[in-house]
Design a binder for this molecule. Structure first.
Ligand code: PLP
Length: 411
C-alpha cells in the first residue's frame, strides 16, 4: 500500500471527484440515447467499405465526388512526399509555406474567380480565423440559426455580439442587422451555403444585397457546395455574388483530400495573414496534400460526369423516397436527411440499416435541434443506381420497423 502525504491525498480525491463528474456526464449521454461511438474503417474511404463486422454500402461520407481514394490523387501525394517530405514543419509565417501551397492558392483563385485565396489546415480553423478577424467587441455577427458549429465557435472567439436569425429568413436577418447598425455596431453576416445537416440552400442573393446595403461582409461557408453545386466552382461564382462576399470551403469533402481555403478580396486575405490567430499559430498543411488537392481539382473540373451522375442519383433517391412516403427534408443537394424525431428512433433506424448492409449514421442533438434527430443520407458520384434502390427498400423497412417499435413518428 502506498502512503500518501496529506497534500497528495487531497490531490487524489480531487482527481477522483473530477473523474466521477465526467462519468456522470457520460452516463447521462447513454440515458438520453446521445452516446457517440466511432466505426472503424478497414478499407479506404468510399461507398463500398469494410468494417470489422463486414462490408457496407456507405451513405454517410462527405466524399461527394468519390475522390477520397482516387488513384491519381493518391499517386500525386505519394510522389510529392518523395520530393518534399511529409511534414510542413512550421507555420506559414515561419518556414512552413511551400511552392505547393502557393500553386494551390493560385489554382483555387482562378477556379473560384476570387482576387486571392488563402489555405488553412481545415475548415473549422478557417471559420474561426474569418470571424475573429472580421468581427470584434464592437461588432454583431448575424447568423442563420442552423449554421455549422465552426461559425458559432468563430463568433465566440471574436467576442462579438451574436444574433441568430430564423433559418433561411433573410428578412429576419435584415431586421437584426438594422438593429445592430442602429446600435452603432459593425456587422458581419454569416451563413452556410448548403446547410450541413439539412441540405437546403441559403437565400444568398438576398443576403448579398443586404450585406452590400449596409457595407458588411457576407461570409459564405461553402463546405457542401464547393465541387458540387452548378459547375463546382463555388457559391460566389455559382450564385453570382458580389465581390464583397467571402467564401470559405473545405478541401476534405468534395475535393476528397484535406485542408480548406478562404477566397476573397485581397485585403481580406492579407488581413487574415496578418491577424488571424488560427492561421498564424498553427502548422501549415503538409505540402504533399496541397499537391494532391491540385490533382483533385483538375479531376473535379475535367470530369463533369461526376456532378451529372450525382444529380441523377439525387433525383432518383428523391423520386423513390416520395413513392415510399419517407419523411425527407426539402433538399436538392447530396445531403438528403430522413427525419426520425427522437434520438432513439434515429438510432434504431440506423441500426436496422446497418443490419441490411448500409452505413448511415444517426445525427442527434446537439448537432441538430431537439426532436429532429435524423438519418443524414449523403449521395456520392461513386454510388450506382442499384446502391440507391437498395438503400430505399432498406429505409422503408427501417422506418416501418421503428414505428411498430413505438418510437414517436416524425411529423
Ligand atoms: C465540415 C464543415 C466545416 C469544417 O470543415 P473541415 O475542413 O472538416 O474542418 C465547416 N463548415 C461546414 C458547413 C462543414 O460542413
Amino acid at each position: 500500500m502506498v502512503l500518501l502525504r496529506p497534500s497528495q491525498h487531497w490531490q487524489q480525491i480531487n482527481r477522483l471527484a473530477y473523474l466521477g463528474h465526467l462519468q456522470q456526464r457520460l452516463d447521462q449521454q447513454s440515458v438520453n440515447a446521445l452516446y457517440r461511438t466511432r466505426v472503424e474503417l478497414q478499407s479506404p474511404q468510399g461507398v463500398h467499405i469494410t468494417l470489422a463486422s463486414g462490408d457496407r454500402v456507405s451513405f454517410c461520407s462527405n466524399d461527394y465526388l468519390g475522390l477520397a481514394s482516387h488513384r491519381d490523387i493518391s499517386s500525386t501525394i505519394a510522389r510529392s512526399v518523395e520530393t518534399c517530405g511529409v511534414g510542413s514543419g512550421a507555420s506559414h509565417l515561419v518556414s512552413g509555406h511551400s511552392r505547393f501551397h502557393r500553386e494551390l492558392e493560385e489554382r483555387l483563385a482562378a477556379l473560384t474567380g476570387a482576387q486571392k485565396v488563402l489555405l488553412f489546415a481545415n475548415g473549422y480553423m478557417a471559420n474561426l480565423a474569418l470571424l475573429s478577424v472580421l468581427a470584434g467587441r464592437n461588432s454583431t455577427i448575424i447568423a442563420d440559426r442552423l449554421n455549422h458549429a465552426s461559425l458559432i465557435d468563430g463568433a465566440i472567439l471574436s467576442r462579438a455580439r451574436f444574433k441568430r436569425y430564423r433559418h433561411l429568413d433573410a428578412d429576419d436577418a435584415r431586421a437584426h442587422a438594422d438593429q445592430a447598425v442602429d446600435a452603432g455596431d459593425s456587422v458581419v453576416i454569416a451563413t452556410d451555403s448548403a446547410f450541413s445537416m439539412d441540405g437546403d440552400i441559403a437565400p444568398l442573393a438576398t443576403l448579398d444585397r443586404l450585406a452590400n446595403d449596409i457595407g458588411a461582409p457576407l461570409v459564405v461557408d461553402d463546405a457542401h457546395g464547393f465541387g458540387v453545386l452548378g459547375e463546382g466552382t463555388g457559391a460566389v461564382k455559382h450564385f453570382g455574388l458580389s465581390g464583397s462576399a467571402i467564401m470559405m470551403a473545405t478541401l476534405g469533402k468534395a475535393v476528397g483530400v484535406y485542408g480548406a481555403f478562404v477566397a476573397a478580396d485581397a485585403r481580406v486575405i492579407e488581413s487574415l495573414i496578418q491577424f488571424a490567430r488560427p492561421y498564424i499559430y498553427t502548422t501549415a498543411l503538409p505540402p504533399a496534400l496541397a499537391a494532391g488537392c491540385i490533382t483533385a481539382i483538375n479531376i473535379m473540373e475535367n470530369e463533369s460526369w461526376r456532378r451529372r451522375h450525382l444529380a441523377n442519383l439525387i433525383a432518383r433517391f428523391k423520386r423513390g423516397a416520395a413513392q415510399l412516403a419517407l419523411p425527407l427534408l426539402a433538399s436538392d443537394t447530396p445531403i438528403q436527411p430522413v427525419l426520425c424525431g427522437s434520438s432513439e428512433a434515429a438510432l434504431a433506424a440506423s441500426r436496422w440499416l446497418d443490419q441490411c448492409g448500409y452505413l448511415v449514421t444517426a445525427i442527434r442533438p446537439p448537432t441538430v435541434p431537439q426532436g429532429t434527430a435524423r438519418l443524414r443520407i449523403t449521395m456520392s458520384a461513386a454510388h450506382s443506381d442499384a446502391d440507391v434502390d437498395g438503400l430505399l427498400s432498406a429505409l422503408a423497412e427501417a422506418l416501418h420497423q421503428s414505428k411498430s417499435n413505438g418510437h414517436k413518428a416524425p411529423q
